[in-house]
Design a protein around this ligand. Structure first.
Ligand code: NAP
Length: 249
């Protein structure tokens, strides 16, 4: 692995934390980003370190440009290199119909889920593109099956934000394909994490499990496996790919 460094946004729990664990096990040095869950991020980093991996914690709200720029500067100062980015951090919103959305709600979702990932891609490309003197690298954007299902009656704004992530992935992949940077996305389906409780329905995965052809929700580790594969040289000819990890849903 040669000391390669991956920055994972929103790695204090859920899919981001599972990705941090698997990436570390595969030999990546891991920059663990979080926004508010300091204890969760520290616990993830401590677990990686106790397994012999190199991990460090970086606080930043990826909805804010200044914090994103500081985050990438801090990772560069700590590790002296950046080889990969996982754009994982995102939020949902309370379950409800679009006719009841406030502008503040939609802005919050789009800032975290679209503006933030785009600006994180900007900072990563500035450091990794061979056109900018970098050594190349990989970006994996965490989208959602919601981008093709639409989340009617739940959070159409969140689904639309993930549609933007799919298009970002396609466009940026083509823009930097000849500059050593691969850009792919995973689209998880219903995964057992705390994100469902945050939108007001902790039992959402169980309620909808019957709509999954495989008949069950997924685990964060199953998504992490796809992400870490897309980060690795094993996927060296993949760019602009949208990989569904959704049990067939
Ligand atoms: P989660 O358990 O709620 O974890 C979200 C993580 O993102 C936390 O570490 C949180 O950190 C961080 N975060 C949120 N907003 C942030 C911000 N503005 N700046 C920095 N960090 C921020 O969610 P998850 O289920 O693992 O979701 C991870 C990704 O998978 C998201 O992109 C989500 O849309 C996608 N996804 C999930 C599912 C699913 O069923 N779980 C399905 C499809 C797609 P703090 O706690 O420190 O704020």
């Amino acid at each position: 692995m040669d000391g390669k460094v991956v920055l994972i946004t929103g790695a204090s729990r859920g899919i981001g934390a599972a990705t941090a664990r698997l990436a570390a096990a595969e030999g990546w040095r891991v920059a663990v980003n979080y926004r508010s869950d300091w204890a969760g991020a520290e616990a993830v980093a401590a677990e990686l370190q106790s397994a012999g991996a190199d991990a460090a914690v970086f606080c930043a709200d990826v909805a804010l440009e200044a914090e994103i720029v500081s985050l990438f500067d801090a990772v560069a100062a700590h590790y002296g290199r950046l080889d990969a980015l996982v754009n994982n951090a995102a939020v949902t919103a309370p379950i409800g119909r679009l006719e009841d959305y406030s502008a503040e709600r939609v802005e919050r979702v789009l800032r975290s889920n679209v503006l933030g990932p785009i600006l994180c891609c900007r900072e990563a490309v500035r450091r990794m593109s061979t056109r900018r003197g970098g050594a190349g690298g990989a970006i994996v954007n965490v989208s959602s099956a919601a981008s093709r299902l639409g989340s009617a009656g739940e959070y159409v704004d969140y689904a639309a934000s993930k549609g933007a992530i799919d298009t970002l992935t396609l466009g940026l992949a083509r823009e930097v394909a000849a500059e050593g940077v691969r850009v792919n996305a995973v689209r998880p389906g219903l995964i057992h994490t705390g994100i469902h409780a945050a939108s007001g329905e902790p039992g959402r995965v169980e309620r909808l499990a019957g709509s999954v052809p495989m008949g069950r929700g997924g685990e964060a580790e199953e998504v992490a496996a796809a992400i870490v594969w897309l980060l690795s040289d094993a996927s060296s000819f993949c760019t602009g790919s949208l990989l569904d990890v959704s049990g067939g849903r």
